[in-house]
Design a protein around this ligand. Sequence first.
Ligand code: DGJ
Length: 758
Amino acid sequence: METITLQTKNTTYDMAISPVGHLLHLYYGPKTNCDTSYRLQYYDRGFSGNPYEVEGDRTYSLDVLPQEYPVYGNGDYRDNAFNIQLADGTNGCDLRYKNHRIINEKYSLDGLPYVFGNEGEEAYTVEIDLADDIIGLEVTLRYGVIPEKDVITRSAVIKNNSDSKMIITRAFSTSLDLLHGDFDLIHFHGRHEMERLPQREELNRSVTSIGSRRGNSSHQHNPFVIVCDKKTDEDHGAAWGFSMLYSGNFKFRGFKDQFGLTRNMMGIQDDMFDYPLEPGESFETPEVAMIFSGNGLEDLSHKFHKMIQNNVIRTPLKDERCPVLINNWEATYFDFNHEKLLDIAKNAKEVGIEMFVLDDGWFGQRNSDEAGLGDWRVNEDKLGGPLRKFSDEINELGLKFGIWIEPEMVNENSDIYREHPDWAFTIPGRKPIRSRNQLVLDFSRPEVVDYIFEQISNVIDSANIEYIKMDMNRSLYDIYSSVLTEQSFGLILHNYTKGVYRFLEMLTQKYPHIRIEGCSGGGGRFDAGMLYYTPQIWASDNTDAIDRIRIQHGTSFGYPISTVGAHVSAVPNDQTGRTVPLNTRAVVASSGTFGFEFDLSKITEEEKEEVRYQIDNYKRFWPLIAYGNYYRLHDPEKDTNVASWMFVSQDGDEALINAVSLDKHGNEPVNYIKLRGLEPETQYVITSVTKDDDAPEPFISDGNALMHSGIPLPIISGEYQAWQWKLDKIDTIRRRNEVDKEPSEYDIESIDTKETVA
Ligand code: DGJ
């Protein structure tokens, strides 16, 4: 049997073309160089039919064999990845192999985000043409390979070569049949203000299906999932990750078939999809990036982090630290004026903050969420003059200036809606579903996108803007585009998402020097598709540090820490009413892009001093936080006493450990944190970063002791205390002292080695 094999540094993906031309899946796992087609076994299975061409062979059935792109129409009764409806009302197709080619670069997508190969980096594409000549349908499966990163991407191009219209009722991007074994699915569910909480459940005979029908990838489910062996944990076992580069409706479906094969499929949401394909037209599915690791969830996360940082995020600013910012939202909400804003900015400057971000409420009649959205004209009364004057004032304070926008939305009480009511999604004759008093603009229409872009662009051009927060504050409904004669839910919503991407493409092309932070009521659109355009995303509207520990922990499975928008806010917290110490709020927010979200004139001089220290620390540790390997040490979904996580630099020379105590108990035992990612026999100096009288003195220990026995957490009265420690290899310190002649932070010889943890 002819096979097609994709090789990455550590993995192999194997397919076979069956004698009658079906593309079968053979293997995706640790690297192998052998022909894996022996895995296919053929038996006569009752009620599993056979294609006509195999004549009397009752052992060849597509209902049993593992497939690359399972369709309805060739005898596979299982849930499948692709369905098409023909003009006569019949369903289905039978795709047969035609051709394949290897191209020496990673393919790209038209108007959609994709994983790209970097200059000098090996990357290639395998395109496999399948067709059903009877109905005139062509499907090209595309596989993009970035060998060094173990990344394999998938997307399909579906073309109608017939004379009649076809309707695509389902077109997923990927399908992976795992021949045998028991697997769990880890997915990330949530809600507004509590996003991406991991849930692990068995994939079994019933179909497990998660996804979004909200027009954004959503707070409720995330287009990143992991399928793993039942015994897989952080540092052992097989895990397959699927990250969809798409910010609209999506779906994952996984289940075990009658003979124990597990099918995993992911792609654009098919509920109500009905995507029309006229003769000659084609449809390109969004891309799903897959990575396999045989070394557990931690290694899988590290690989996805690297892929997103190096092969998804595009901005030329990606290697620069986001300036530590103050955002006025939780400080003022809509209630601000020129004086109040300047006061917040001045106080921010005093503690070392580097950028002021003006959030919602600066335009039109936007004094509450009831009006003004869509009128992108500066409210000069509120800002004390034109935006240029205001941004100059901010710049004169020594701060950069950033601004909030929400291009896709409109209030009915706005000039733009009064002029163009047909630009908003509403179904004729029906009253629309309102959400946060706003409707959604029909971004499937290029003229709407162009108009909004021009308005916002005029504002950007009028001032010195170096950062934009692009928000999106409701789910889509009432899907009806007034320019179409035939309404198709799938077409409109897909074109809407492409409209958002076009807006972002124009924004990033015209303003490459502006850093954009994605946002959708916090983390409603936290996906790899958005990260192609925006290097960071506001992770949640929940700024409570304790909830954030869970949100950021869940986010870390699929997304690098450098992408996580995180701020310190006031206490009691606006979302939960909880009071958490300032140090803890900063420790949690510093595992992200680090900013502030409250009026610093309201804190004491002593607290301001603490904030200064925290900002300096963040700047000092940023390279480690952004580019180090991230280790989840405790699972906050299970451990109620302590949360902890750490960063280890790529060269292994230094590390930063973070811990927060959660539940408190009387006469409580000591909690220990077992470290990870260290060299077993190397000696390290452990120093407290936290300024605290109870903080342990620096001590020396080796990787073995630190990883197997751990560091004890001081017992301090009061909930939610946080600590940070820095680890340096002794040799590195010696080198710095002796060779580099850098001023030493440590006098190693004075540290009592007897106090090491063993
Ligand atoms: C939702 C965002 O997530 C908040 O941070 C803030 O920008 C508001 N929208 C403003 O309306």
